[in-house]
Design a protein around this ligand. Structure first.
Ligand code: GLC
Ligand code: CA
Length: 558
């Protein structure tokens, strides 16, 4: 396979709204990112993916685009964006943006024309979206076309009286789904993508990419996901974009397809795929769900961690892409809880478990995506009131929990464990009133643990979580870790994470205790040939006892 610029990419995901506020209005912005490029360069990052920067009413923090050709006033201007690209490129940092293809905002001019039969462009734009008549029940009353349930909870259909029809929205009702069977719409989208490529974007993360096709027979079902997710025809749309825009421009394209199968994954991102280069699929992200919880069910129910499930998932995906593509390596993104709260311990063992999670992930092959704040061990929210949350999904699901019979406290607990806001609080740069993110009250509350979890303090501490990330990310480059060979050892052990890595210059053993109790680990007999390279505890021996969240990396020269 020919060498691509992104084969040694270390990507950092910037949640724009929460990263750095340069003009003190409480909202992160593009200039704020420019101001922190030095920090990102020092961290060892050579690509950033920024969450949607487009003009938007912000029902879903910018995934609801009102104007694709404009930057949100919250974030700056197209000129600011150009300056960001220039400043990043000057430091050898590539810029990826989010590309939202599945839907627009209901405030997008296309939808404004589509929903209004008197609008001069109504005819052209109505078919850009997906409409359906209501069902007439036996008693003559009208009801929704189907009982399909949106990803944010609640029906996927919204009634428009002027048309006496419903439009489809698989996310919030302010995000009508686009009709990818409409050639004019596709052409408009292609022109838009090309426009950003000309501005200098190096790639895209294609949002909700497995949802573009729907079952146009609209069979009834509840929740009905199989009728609006992963339908075969969506690959045709992606291939068309790949052939015409992605490949000819040498872009890095990262797709998002939660729950993809092995075959689908290769179809998306195998070496010979015309669609993507990398795929995000989330399989390891929900290995601690409690299936018996009916009050706050599904991803909202936190149970015991099934560690073998996490390891098997990594092993499986590394194998799927071995020689056939590139594996994508990440703990989480802006849609999941913070990793140290999720799979680590965000109190007593905060620092130790955050480092343990870094050791275990960042020696694995693949292209890594570090999520902002992960590198200092930012945690889930410390909120006590419902009105501290901001995410549109929180409010639909809160209602569902209460309707299921959950108490307010149970519902709040589920939100504090699992909601997407956990991963969206302001970056903790220092211990100032607003964590150095802004000088005014931010759009979403800063976590008060900024007093002891922040960049400033960790930059000074040599063995901090931040400096551990720097060490591991630079090791990835020196050792060509993206192409390393990995072997999982004792993979079904529910307490340990144990891998052997064969890299360019050294072989490594990574051993970690994922539990808060001391355990003993049978060390391999050849460990005597290895020396301790990194450890998250003071004690530096080859003892088989591993304290709570203890992790060690041993290595020997090849
Ligand atoms: C993706 C995004 C998520 C967003 C949704 C709708 O899953 O990651 O944040 O809400 O798509 O655009
Ligand atoms: Ca701002």
């Amino acid at each position: 396979m020919e060498k691509k610029w992104w084969h040694d990419a270390i990507i950092y995901q910037v949640y724009l709204r929460s990263f750095n506020d340069s003009n003190h209005d409480g909202i992160g912005d593009l200039q704020g990112v420019i101001d922190r490029l030095d920090y990102l360069e020092r961290l060892g990052v050579n690509a950033i993916w920024i969450s949607p920067h487009y003009d938007s009413p912000m029902d879903d923090n910018g995934y609801d685009v009102r104007d694709f050709f404009k930057v949100s006033e919250d974030y700056g201007t197209v000129d600011d964006f150009k300056r960001l690209v220039k400043a990043a490129h000057a430091r050898g940092i590539k810029v990826l943006t989010d590309l939202v293809l599945n839907h627009t905002s209901d405030e997008h001019p296309w939808f404004q024309a589509a929903k209004d039969p008197t609008h001069k462009d109504h005819k052209r734009y109505k078919d850009y979206y997906i409409w359906h008549d209501g069902q007439i029940k036996a008693d003559g009353t009208k009801t929704l076309p189907t009982q399909w349930v949106s990803w944010f909870g609640g029906p996927v259909w919204q009634y428009v009286a002027a048309l006496d029809q419903y439009y489809l929205h698989i996310f919030s009702k302010k995000m009508p789904d686009l009709n990818w069977r409409n050639q004019n719409m596709k052409n408009d989208m292609k022109a838009m993508i090309q426009w950003w490529v000309e501005i200098g974007v190096d790639g895209f993360r294609v949002d909700a990419s497995n949802h573009l096709e729907k079952n146009w027979d609209f069979p009834d079902a509840k929740p009905g996901y199989e009728h609006f997710s992963s339908l075969p025809k969506h690959h045709e749309y992606l291939q068309e974009l790949g052939r015409e825009i992605f490949k000819p421009n040498d872009l890095l394209i990262i797709g998002e397809a939660g729950g993809a199968s092995k075959a689908e994954a290769l179809q998306y991102a195998g070496h010979d795929s015309e669609e993507f280069d990398l795929l995000i699929q989330f399989e390891h992200c929900w290995a601690d769900s409690d299936d018996n919880n009916v009050l706050t069910p599904g991803k909202w129910a936190k149970g015991m961690i099934d560690l073998p499930k996490i390891k098997h998932s990594f092993a499986k995906w590394i194998e799927v892409f071995d020689k056939k593509g590139y594996h994508t390596l990440y703990w989480h993104n802006h849609d999941q809880p913070r990793i140290v709260s999720h799979y680590g311990h965000d109190q007593t063992y905060h620092e130790k478990s955050a480092k343990m999670l870094a050791y275990t992930l960042y020696l694995l092959p693949g292209i890594p995506i570090v999520y902002y704040g992960e590198e200092i061990g930012m945690t889930n929210v410390d909120y006590t009131e419902l009105d501290q949350f901001r995410d549109v999904e929180v409010f639909t699901e809160y209602k569902n929990f209460i309707a299921n019979g959950a108490s307010h406290n149970m519902a709040l607990k589920a939100l504090k464990d699992r909601s997407r806001d956990n991963a969206r609080t302001p970056m903790q740069w220092d211990d100032d009133a607003y964590g150095g993110f802004s000088t005014v009250q931010p759009w979403i509350d800063v976590n008060q643990n900024k007093a002891w979890i922040n960049v400033k303090q960790q930059e000074h501490q040599t063995d901090s979580i931040l400096n551990t990330y720097k060490t591991l990310l630079s090791l990835r480059k020196e050792e060509d870790i993206p192409n390393a060979q990995v072997r999982f050892i004792d993979i079904d052990n529910p307490r340990t994470f144990f891998v052997h890595i064969k890299a360019k210059h050294h072989a490594y053993y990574v051993l970690a205790n994922f539990k808060s109790e001391t355990i003993s680990v049978a060390l391999p007999t050849d460990i005597k040939d290895y020396t301790l390279f990194l450890s998250n505890t003071e004690q530096l021996s080859k003892t088989e006892h591993f304290g709570a969240y203890e992790a060690r990396i041993y290595r020997k020269k090849n």
